[in-house]
Every structure is written in structure tokens, then in C-alpha cells.
Write a protein that binds this ligand. Structure first.
Ligand code: DX5
Ligand code: ZN
Length: 224
């Protein structure tokens, strides 16, 4: 796979001006909208729940890439599917049974992703790879936007790519945290295809321009 999909993270958008920010992201060529759900328990921060996700869904045509940083993803998957998630990614470190949660998300008609925090080796998700549409390698400790990219996570991205080839799996590889027009380059070289970026997109005065710059860098890195 050689394409790069850009997924701006709505957590960094201006919620007082959300419709305009989302329109700019769409116009700038965003492929997905990344939606971070935090419960104040799995991570030390709280964002929002399904009602807000449904509202976001009504404001954009972009498919919603919902990232659950919550302790009980199985319990809440149906609510986020109903709110309009195209993909639901949850953490292998959560408290719910991983296989049961994957089945639940699939049953709801959504694509399913599984994520690892920085301290968790990728081997923690090995047993599930044939079930997954997406593998999310966290490149910061989940919980907050605006943190520094951890380059030492890139070997996990390479590992995910190698395992996909060996096992003929179909998941795509996503990175999340600290991605900008510099860090996107080593990330796509390592094999990342879905690039989440909050601050580097919505924190910039020209959202469309920020997306275009990131895409240019990524495509140049793939060619070079
Ligand atoms: C971090 C979230 C990220 C975050 C990325 O816990 O999962 O999606 O919004 O934000 P930036 O791009 O600012 O690191
Ligand atoms: Zn995220």
C-alpha cells in the first residue's frame, strides 16, 4: 500500500467554530476525521461522548475514525457506532476482553482497530491481527494533544508492516501523536499509512494549507 491518509484530530479544533474548521479540513483534502474519546479513567483526561460525536458526524462528510481511550470499549461501542463511527479503535490495555470487543464492533458494522500505548509491545496484539482493519501505534502517551513525537515507536510501525506481509493481513497502519510535517516523513517511511494530526492541522492558521503540506512531505518521502 502506498497511499497516505490524513486524519486531522478534532480534539484540536475550535469547538466554538467547529463547522468552519471541519469545512476547511475537508476542503484541504483530509481523508478521515479522527475523534478522540477519553474517559478520565483509562487516560487522565476527559473529552466527550456519543452525543457530541453524532453532532460532529452531522457537520462533516469525512468518515469518523473513533479512537476510544476508555476502560470499557465493549460497553460503549454500540453508542459510538450509532453516533456514526466508520471505524472504532480501542486499546489492548483496556479492561474489556479484546476478542469479544472486536466481535462486538464488527457486529455493529464498523471497521475495527486495535491500539498499543508506547510502553506496550506490538506482540500484545499478535493474536488478533487477522481480525483487524487498523493497527494504531501510539507515538505519544495517550491523553493529550500537543505532545512530542516519540521516534522510538517507529520500530513498532515497521514490525506491523513486516507482520502484515508475512501473514497476508489486511489492516492499515496508523500513527497518532506529535505528527507534523517533519515527523510524518520517518513515519511513512517506516510504514504508516493513516496519519493523525491535531495541533499540526487545527493549531495552524490555515488548516487546508497545513494538510496539503503534510501530504506533500509524505508523498515525497514515499517516492524518495
Ligand atoms: C492523544 C490523542 C491524539 C491527539 C493528537 O491522546 O490520541 O489523537 O489528538 O494530537 P497531536 O497531533 O497534537 O499530538
Ligand atoms: Zn487519537
Amino acid at each position: 500500500m502506498n497511499a497516505v491518509y490524513l486524519a486531522p484530530s478534532v480534539i484540536s479544533a475550535d469547538f466554538g467554530n467547529l463547522q468552519a474548521d471541519l469545512a476547511q479540513a475537508e476542503k484541504g483534502g483530509a481523508d478521515l476525521l479522527h475523534v478522540d474519546i477519553m474517559d478520565g479513567h483509562f487516560v487522565p483526561n476527559i473529552t466527550f461522548g456519543p452525543a457530541i460525536v453524532a453532532r460532529i458526524k452531522s457537520l462533516t462528510k469525512l468518515p469518523l475514525d473513533v479512537h476510544l481511550m476508555i476502560s470499557h470499549p465493549r460497553k460503549y461501542a454500540a453508542a459510538f457506532a450509532k453516533a456514526g463511527a466508520a471505524n472504532i479503535t480501542f486499546h489492548v490495555e483496556s479492561e474489556d476482553d479484546t476478542s469479544a470487543t472486536i466481535s462486538e464492533i464488527k457486529k455493529l458494522g464498523c471497521h475495527v482497530g486495535l491500539s498499543v500505548k508506547p510502553k506496550t509491545p506490538l506482540s500484545a496484539i499478535c493474536a488478533h491481527l487477522n481480525q483487524l482493519d487498523r493497527v494504531l501505534v501510539m507515538t505519544v502517551e495517550p491523553g493529550f494533544g500537543g505532545q512530542k513525537f516519540m521516534p522510538d515507536m517507529l520500530p513498532k510501525v515497521e514490525e506491523a508492516r513486516a507482520w502484515r506481509k508475512e501473514g497476508n493481513f489486511k489492516y492499515d497502519i496508523e500513527v497518532d501523536g506529535g505528527l507534523d510535517k517533519e515527523t510524518i516523513e520517518p513515519s511513512v517511511r517506516a510504514g504508516a499509512e493513516v496519519i493523525v494530526a491535531g495541533t499540526a492541522v487545527f493549531g495552524r492558521p490555515d488548516i487546508g494549507q497545513a494538510i496539503r503540506e503534510m501530504r506533500e512531505t509524505a508523498l515525497a518521502a514515499l517516492k524518495g
